[in-house]
Design a protein around this ligand. Structure first.
Ligand code: GDD
Ligand code: MN
Length: 386
């Protein structure tokens, strides 16, 4: 089999039949298969695609039940594919299938690892919101190129239209993370390896034929996090990157509340649990508590979005998070005291610097332990797909 085209779909009933027909026409000259990967669309996209391809063995339909997400849909399609070249094309007629043969040739005959379909003449084809979308695409591309220099290998890093060689797929797939609900799968390929051969074929990005876009602010945020995670390397889970970003906002919240509390002249209290430390500032306690609540909400609706608590369930989730966070505070204190009592880093170091270093190490250890506790306790829940 020369080429497999993976077409991810969600609510593309208006377009899927036409997409299949156009692909058959474009690739008719070579051995190929079209794999529609549909996430059990409420509009029955998978049913239409199955019926339409019923007597064509080149058309396969994967109906994923209880899964949602463009990136994982593409990965599942690739796992089922048999071609030497693996193509990805949107199922809404925005990508121009007539340039596919040239893209495939570049990979199979030209030896490219990746060929990207790059958008040209965008301004004319985005419809009403042409300008805004064009501008957002340009800004997004500039930003992710800074975060992840390997994306400079193509002029259109946000493209969802590309072909990869089977060789690159086999090398890259085992290391791909599924931690995020959504991310640009192309980046995971582009970021892989030192010397990839990347080629491009330009095409006219068409307006959406029917239905509506699934792009959202949450997906854009996930994309950014994914660029960061790829930059940091595969040892770092994208979920952990999100968790740390939330943690940083929590530090800001707690410092702000602490500052306001001090200005308001809140007293100090002695809890009797840390006799050898200074009395505890009430404003510091309030700051920590405020950040526990904001961290819970941010993690619930950002980091662990697909397992989020809703409605009254939020209260139960917050209680678990509260317990884990208090454990974290003690872990941080314990590590700090352990290091401090043993004169770490050195006896002669400036006391303030030593305290700051030991606090930092305590915070890092507590962040990692809390992350694992929250993954395995607080958000150890059934995923929501809708
Ligand atoms: N299986 C599955 N599951 N398919 C999905 C899902 C999902 O959760 N979400 C979207 N899709 C399918 C859509 O049905 C469509 O065929 C394709 O993926 C692209 O989704 P769109 O919702 O049409 O995205 P877009 O056109 O607005 O955005 C495109 O351009 C952006 C840059 O301008 C995409 O290529 C983006 O990835 C890209 O960043
Ligand atoms: Mn689209």
């Amino acid at each position: 089999m020369r080429v497999s085209v993976i077409v991810p779909t969600y609510n593309e009933a208006d377009n899927v039949v036409e997409v299949i027909d156009r692909l058959r026409r474009a690739l008719g000259g070579q051995s190929h298969e079209v794999i529609v990967v549909d996430d059990d669309s409420p509009d029955g996209t998978w049913r239409l695609a199955r019926r339409h391809g019923a007597d064509d063995p080149a058309v396969r339909v994967i109906r994923r039940i209880g899964e949602r997400g463009l990136a994982s849909a593409v990965l599942d399609g690739m796992a089922a594919a048999e071609g030497d070249a693996l193509a990805v094309m949107d199922g809404d007629l925005q990508h121009d299938e007539t340039v596919l043969p040239e893209m495939v040739r570049s990979v199979l005959d030209g030896g490219a690892d990746i060929c990207v379909g790059t958008r040209t003449g965008e301004s004319g084809s985005f419809g009403d919101r042409a300008r805004l979308r064009h501008w957002l695409t340009a800004a997004g591309a500039a930003l992710v190129r800074r975060l992840l220099p390997r994306l400079r290998r193509t002029s259109d890093p946000l493209s969802g239209f590309f072909v990869v060689s089977r060789g690159l797929y086999e090398r890259a797939a085992p290391r791909m993370s599924r931690g995020l609900r959504e991310y640009k799968i192309l980046w995971a390929f582009l970021a892989r390896g030192r010397d990839l051969t990347v080629t491009e074929v330009g095409y006219d990005f068409r307006p959406r034929a029917g239905g509506e876009t699934k792009l959202s602010g949450a997906i854009l945020l996930d994309d950014l996090v994914n660029a960061l995670a790829l930059r940091l390397g595969r040892a770092v889970s994208p979920l952990f990157v999100k968790y740390c970003l939330v943690g940083a906002t929590g530090v800001a919240v707690s410092l702000a509340v602490y500052g306001v509390g001090e200005l308001a002249g809140l007293p100090t209290v002695s809890l009797g649990i840390t006799p050898d430390l200074n009395p505890i500032y009430l404003s510091a306690l309030l700051g920590i508590q405020a950040s526990i609540v904001t961290n819970f909400l941010a993690n619930n609706f950002f980091t662990f979005y697909d397992r989020r608590y809703r409605g009254w369930g939020l209260l139960g989730g917050l209680m678990l998070f509260q317990v884990v966070s208090v454990v974290g505070v003690f872990v941080q204190l314990a590590v700090f005291q352990l290091l401090h009592r043993n004169g770490f880093p050195t006896e002669s170091a400036n006391a303030d610097v030593a305290a700051a270093v030991n606090n930092g190490i305590g915070l890092a250890v507590a962040t990692v332990t809390n992350f694992f506790l929250n993954v395995s306790i607080t958000w150890n829940r059934v995923r929501r797909t809708r």
